[in-house]
Design a protein around this ligand. Structure first.
Ligand SMILES: NC(=O)c1ccc[n+]([C@@H]2O[C@H](COP(=O)([O-])OP(=O)(O)OC[C@H]3O[C@@H](n4cnc5c(N)ncnc54)[C@H](O)[C@@H]3O)[C@@H](O)[C@H]2O)c1
Length: 369
């Protein structure tokens, strides 16, 4: 078992990584949580499997458990779904001492977290991530939130535009749950791991190279080792800057590009796939700005390909449309393009006022016209 401590101003907790840990959730919550009632916010994909194991364990630990099941769909990552969770919490009689437990992918975790942050002005939260992406990224660091409709009758939803920083009391990552996750989603989780590796240095990238087949087969030991390394990197960043006033923004590497393309339906990109293309575009920006050091980029992009992630847009989109879409990203402040730019593995920089021509060049490098 590995327990990674997280110490943020908003709370101290552990991320525990262990195959089979779901069977002891109840024991771990006794003594940690002051209340006896728990509302489980459950990703429908795990409602009949992993959530049952967790619920049984909580009941055996003496908790009164109710459930609210949600669909992992970005179009339903909305205030309306948060309303449903509030109603379920009220119906279950949750008071200030009680807790919400989110079990599912990052989408479910973000919504469960936002509900916990705001219900009765904030109650305890336990997070059980069930995708690789949510284990290594979404469940750690306290970002919660939902998508918002954009103004002016625009049918698109702006990603994560409302939310709160709310640290959980405990995160439990059980690599065994990835056995039910499909192959495409596992590859998506690897996109965020590769991102962490680019931020931190070659060690995690080497670990991915050495264990790729085992990781893609959801081998519990290989996954546990990967998750542990990746979580330590994320924790190292968020502990120093919980509220993203500075350094934490490096975790957005590739994401300003990814958020622009992820909602474009015909592209049919999952979050991790959009991140993969976003990372390549971020390398493109680095080249446009003359900041790339050494010749690591081709090898890095080759790794994304070996994982089975896309490195170019699956169909052509106009650069102007993509730049327009970047305008609704939270990381763009007052019309100035602030981007995270990779210099070399282990060295990324936050660059302000990136010229639009460089952004256009980066989009071209991934196939925009
Ligand atoms: N809060 C953060 O810091 C942060 C960081 C990164 C991403 N995110 C958010 O996370 C979301 C993406 O997370 P994700 O990639 O986990 O996607 P997701 O939550 O949509 O889950 C992916 C799919 O896998 C299914 N699923 C989940 N666990 C499963 C399992 N064990 N077996 C079978 N199916 C399972 C889900 O129902 C869904 O269909 C986005 O909304 C993104 O904005 C948040």
């Amino acid at each position: 078992m590995t327990a990674i401590p997280v110490r943020c101003p908003g709370g101290e907790y552990e991320v525990v990584v262990e195959p089979g840990i779901l069977g002891s959730v109840g024991e771990r919550c006794v003594g940690l949580l002051s209340g006896r009632r728990i509302l489980m916010v459950v990703d429908s994909a795990v409602a009949d499997t992993h959530a049952v194991q967790v619920e049984d364990s909580l009941v055996a630990g003496g908790f009164r458990v109710e459930r609210c099941t949600v669909e992992a769909d970005e179009r339903r990552k909305t205030i309306e779904t948060i309303q449903d969770i509030y109603q379920a919490a009220l119906k279950a009689g949750l008071d200030r001492h009680d807790a919400i437990l989110g079990i599912g992918g990052g989408l479910t975790g973000d919504m469960a977290g936002f509900a916990a942050a705001s219900y009765l002005r904030g109650i305890d939260l336990v997070t059980i991530p069930t995708t690789l992406l949510s284990m290594v990224d979404a469940s750690v660091g306290g970002k919660t939130g939902v998508n918002l409709p954009l103004p002016g009758g625009d049918a698109r939803l702006g990603k994560n535009l409302a939310g709160a920083f709310w640290q959980p009391r405990l995160v439990l990552a059980d690599p065994l749950v990835l056995g039910t996750l499909d192959d495409r989603q596992r590859r998506c989780g690897l996109a965020e791991c590769v991102k962490h590796g680019l931020i931190d240095g070659p060690q995690l990238l080497d670990l991915i190279d050495a264990g790729l087949d085992a990781i893609l087969d959801a081998d519990p030991e290989a996954v546990a080792s990967l998750v542990e390394h990746a979580v330590r990197i994320k924790v190292g960043v968020v502990q120093d800057d919980e509220r993203e006033q500075g350094r934490r923004a490096v975790l957005n590497l590739g994401h300003t590009f990814a958020h622009a393309i992820e909602p474009i339906k015909p592209l049919d990109l999952l979050h991790g796939e959009a991140v993969s293309i976003g990372l390549v575009a971020a390398i493109g920006i680095s080249g446009e700005l003359g900041l790339l050091e050494g010749d690591w980029a081709a090898d890095f992009i080759g790794r994304l390909e070996r994982i089975g992630l896309p490195i170019r847009l699956p169909r052509t989109i106009a650069t102007t449309e993509l730049i327009d879409r970047m305008g609704f990203d939270k990381k763009i402040r007052a019309g100035h393009h602030t981007l995270v730019v990779p210099i070399r593995p282990g060295h990324v920089e936050i660059v302000q006022d990136v010229p639009e021509a460089a952004i256009a060049g980066a989009w071209s490098s991934v196939g925009a016209d």
